[in-house]
Design a binder for this molecule. Sequence first.
Ligand SMILES: Cc1cc2nc3c(=O)[nH]c(=O)nc-3n(C[C@H](O)[C@H](O)[C@H](O)COP(=O)(O)O)c2cc1C
Length: 442
Amino acid sequence: MASRLHLNVFVPTTGHHEASWRLPGTTPERVDDVHYYREIAQTAERGRFDSIFLADVPAVGRHADRVAQSSFEPLTLLSALALVTEHIGLIGTASTTYTEPYNLARQFSSLDHISGGRAGWNIVTSWSSAAAHNFGFDGRLGHTDRYERATEYLEVAIALWDSWEDDAVVVDRERGIYADADRVHRIDHAGPHFRVRGPLNAARSPQGHPVLVQAGSSVEGRAFAARFAEAIFTAQVDLGDAQDFYRDVKAQAAAFGRDPDTVKILPGLSPIIGSTEAEARRIEQDLTDLSIPEVGLAHLSSRFDDVDLSGFPLDGPVPLHALPHPEDVQGAQSRSRVIFDMVEREPGLTLRGLLHRLAGARGHGTIVGTPEQVADRIVTWFESGAADGFNIMPPYLPGSFDAFVDHVVPILQSRGVFRTEYEGTTLRDHYGLPRPAARRSS
Ligand SMILES: Cc1cc2nc3c(=O)[nH]c(=O)nc-3n(C[C@H](O)[C@H](O)[C@H](O)COP(=O)(O)O)c2cc1C
């Protein structure tokens, strides 16, 4: 059993439930107000969370007219939050498919400097086809091609972060030497996707480099995660599947010569919390009643490479035969598998029923109940080798996150699985991750 639970909060606009922006008490009017996110980040700190996390897709989603959207790009927003928080880790998403490693290595180095060592990068290859059209492509790159590019991308980014040795900046006024040139190195990378000379124009940052986070769980995604990731976000709804995933990724990390304990696995969990189970069920029903089927259908279709589902009756069976097989999906493979399995486990599920299941957390784990029930679920998974912690996905903000911090966290603390105070200052400290040594490249 791992000794300490880790908690990240995944912060979307008004909450993870697609109808959250219509629920009384949420404030879609504030999704472009930096202070709205400051308040959430400060709540996370009050709850002694390890980190907050911002997702990103560089495109307007389908049905952007019927779901709350924020205008903020994650690294910009996290830089602002760095100055109004003290402890919380700041994890931002950026794409290896639609950015260049030199630019991105600089940006994350900046965030790590600005925040005093609290930066994390959620590395994504961008499964959404909408993004491709904003970057000169007619459609998304294939799944394998995206992961190949991502692998070379990471080699370049890490080499750039390592291009300044820790003690390269000497500030010797007397001799007129600001930095020791022998401790700053070119990387001279030349590969199929990138040619980068280096060095980076940024001194090595407090954490050496940002904590590397990854969120793809396909065969290729797991292999990539096992090689690079220090924290892994994953969608798991079944305890047995989550345990298999946990064992598999840790074993693959060990095969890369890594200590499996330096790879933290954090399944998503979206809790609807009430003071009684009946109250929690009422909130769930309110959210379901506010859901718009066309939004859910568009989302489901996007998970299956944009297959057209508009002709199928909502109260008929889920048309599995019309969906591409998960292993053939070129977008988000592992999520399509989660959805496929969900339908196969529940014969008789209608299309409308599936949309309701997915409306809250898009295939991540959900729980509806009292603070004790939510804490039990967390501790059970944590203690049975399914998770090192959780990616908490509040269904509506700020209410459901306040409820988690005020009522679930104290139970986890009293059961001795979660910290009562921060013990370190960096995101690596919170997750118990070592600071990487700078590898010399030339
Ligand atoms: C918690 C979580 C957050 C994610 N956030 C993003 C994101 O912000 N942007 C993005 O393009 N993909 C995001 N993804 C999708 C993954 O990066 C990945 O594309 C997806 O899980 C499918 O990967 P696979 O094909 O290896 O299974 C996220 C996935 C998870 C589990």
